[in-house]
Ligand binder design. Structure first.
Ligand SMILES: Cc1cc2nc3c(=O)[nH]c(=O)nc-3n(C[C@H](O)[C@H](O)[C@H](O)COP(=O)(O)O)c2cc1C
Length: 224
């Protein structure tokens, strides 16, 4: 009887030990899988970092020198830059659209500038933290950046980012107002921008592309 009891006890012990081992193995397996998952996501994060973003504000409708346009001048330039350096794009859109009529739009913009307004904008850049270089494009409005561009700038953390301005206007100039960007984009480093006459983006996009590529190469980008 005693022998049978000892035998059963040993069998139970053996069974429990075996169960314990299986659990251990399962645990080990999970840990390894988790580790693999973690290292994969870490890898993805690494790849996701150092990305380039092209942010722009641009308006369709009637505009200076170009008549009624379906794609804004700055938008055309933004797409050229994004294509050349392989960047993502984000369009700054106001909740309340600007008038399609040029004169009316200049009146609204004049008032917003006088009030130093911050018109509400739609949407958010996802994974902002993954971008280290941000091209920021805008049309010149009353010799300034349009106020919604400041709304955008003030909505993000710019620490450690490099910001590269570009604009379109009545001339091939940047106007100097880009120096204001880092006053609001605190912690960002400003690099040399490019200003293009808006009319050229519509009438002669190839000549604009040549200027854009030259500028990007001067900045050290492998632009194509
Ligand atoms: C409200 C408003 C104000 C403008 N003010 C100026 C200006 O002060 N200087 C200038 O050179 N062009 C000015 N322009 C012309 C635009 O800068 C130019 O047409 C630009 O290329 C428009 O770009 P977009 O099509 O991307 O909006 C103004 C245009 C608008 C609509």
């Amino acid at each position: 009887m005693k022998k049978i009891f000892v035998c059963m006890l040993s069998l139970m012990m053996l069974f429990l030990t075996a169960c314990g081992n299986t659990e251990g193995a399962a645990e080990k397996k999970t840990t390894t899988v988790e580790k693999n998952v973690k290292s994969d996501s870490e890898k993805q994060n690494m790849e996701a970092k150092n990305k380039i973003l092209v942010v722009y504000f641009s308006r369709t409708g009637e505009n200076y020198e170009v008549g009624n346009i379906k794609k804004g001048n700055t938008h055309i330039m933004a797409d050229m830059i994004a294509e050349a350096v392989g960047a993502d794009t984000f369009e700054i859109k106001t909740v309340k659209p600007y008038p399609a009529d040029y004169r009316e739009c200049t009146e609204v913009a004049k008032k917003e500038l006088a009030e130093n307004a911050r018109p509400a904008i739609e949407g958010k850049v996802s994974n902002w933290q993954n971008y280290d270089t941000v091209f920021l494009g805008y049309p010149i409005w009353w010799s300034e950046l349009p106020m919604p561009v400041y709304t955008f700038i003030e909505s993000y953390d710019w620490q450690g980012k490099t910001v590269i301005p570009f604009c379109t206007s009545a001339g091939d100039v940047l106007t100097g107002k880009e120096d204001n960007i880092t006053k609001y984009a605190k912690g960002a480093k400003l690099r040399k921008g490019l200003g293009i006459r808006g009319k050229r983006t519509q009438d002669n996009p190839e000549s604009v592309k040549a200027d854009v590529l030259k500028w990007l190469k001067e900045l050290g980008f492998n632009a194509r």
